[in-house]
Design a protein around this ligand. Sequence first.
Ligand code: PMP
Length: 389
Amino acid sequence: MTMSQANLEHLLSRRVLDMDASGIRRAFELGARLENPINLSIGQPHYPVPQVMKDAAIKAIRDDCNGYSLSGGIDALHEVVRGHLKHDLGWSTEDPEIGVIVTSGTSGALLLSAMALVDPGDEIIIPDPWFVIYPQLGPLTGARIVTCDTYPDFRMTAERIEPLITDRTKFILINSPGNPTGVVLDEGEMRDVAALCRDRGVQLVSDEIYDEFVFPESARPDGSCPSPGRHDQGTLVIRGFGKTYGCTGWRLGYAAGPNWLVDQMRKLQQFTFVCAPTPLQWGVVPAFDHDNSHQIEAYARRRDRVVEVLSPHTDVVVPGGAFYAFFEVPASLGIDASAFVERAVERRVLLVAGGVFSSRDTHVRLSFAVGEEILEEGLQAIAELLQGR
Ligand code: PMP
């Protein structure tokens, strides 16, 4: 006997019924139709995991490190993460008020932070355009999602956030370098956002999964990425290993910040994910010693090429980091981004329509985390489409 639609809706939670996955599904379906696609829709680097990390993960499996770890993560990884935070953000390795938790991907840290911070009816401020998980933190927790319109320059500044804060605001989520825009806030903007959150007593959560992908003109003089964590240790900094080291499938990230919050996230992890995959935690211990600056330089060159080819035909905000460009569909074409993406599919090019990441469907996300030849072929096709050819 099959369940009727009405019955299923009775059994399923409001939470899942309220989630709309059709945009992302559509992107996958379009791709599945193509035989030899020029795939510029991918959200992960195209290079392999460093050999030292593969070896460390394999060694851990061989050495029988296959059981649960402490729910907050293995000590060896905590040690290197704390060392990195000291070097990068100037955070003390000894300060008991700073907590670190190893999570199942950056996504795991985002979910745990939201679960630890909000009650139904509370408000979370997120950027528009957003990373796809952010709006879903609403149905997942019962919170109300308030979007911060960052068009046309995609900068989520204190000035834009301030009018959105109410007495129900619990936390503000920023993402720099940003997905889908590649925009990087500068040090002054970070300082202002951190100060605003501190003054108004709301928690700042900074999704820095692309922190290593920052191009020279957007980086600090020492090459590192601007972060509110340098201005306020009360910031919850969320970072990941997947993008930087090409191991998205390992599902490893971490959150670091005020221990009163990290401690609650640890408690939630104990009763949900239990711990992040143990052998793979061992796998990322050597990560911070690995220099992948040549990969980032290669992506900066691809970024230059994207801007060079597309900007004569449309508005494209120069990405300061990550590996995405978010370009506008010219009004002269008279179509929305979804229609543009369909046209691109006819030329075997896979892109993602802005409507997947935004309340507007006016822009298109292109990922340049691909080989140079593929990118070049895709760019030529997109340039022709932008000219209505
Ligand atoms: N945040 C942003 C901005 C992302 O782009 C992604 C991945 N696309 C994530 C978080 C999730 O990353 P992870 O695979 O580590 O869960």
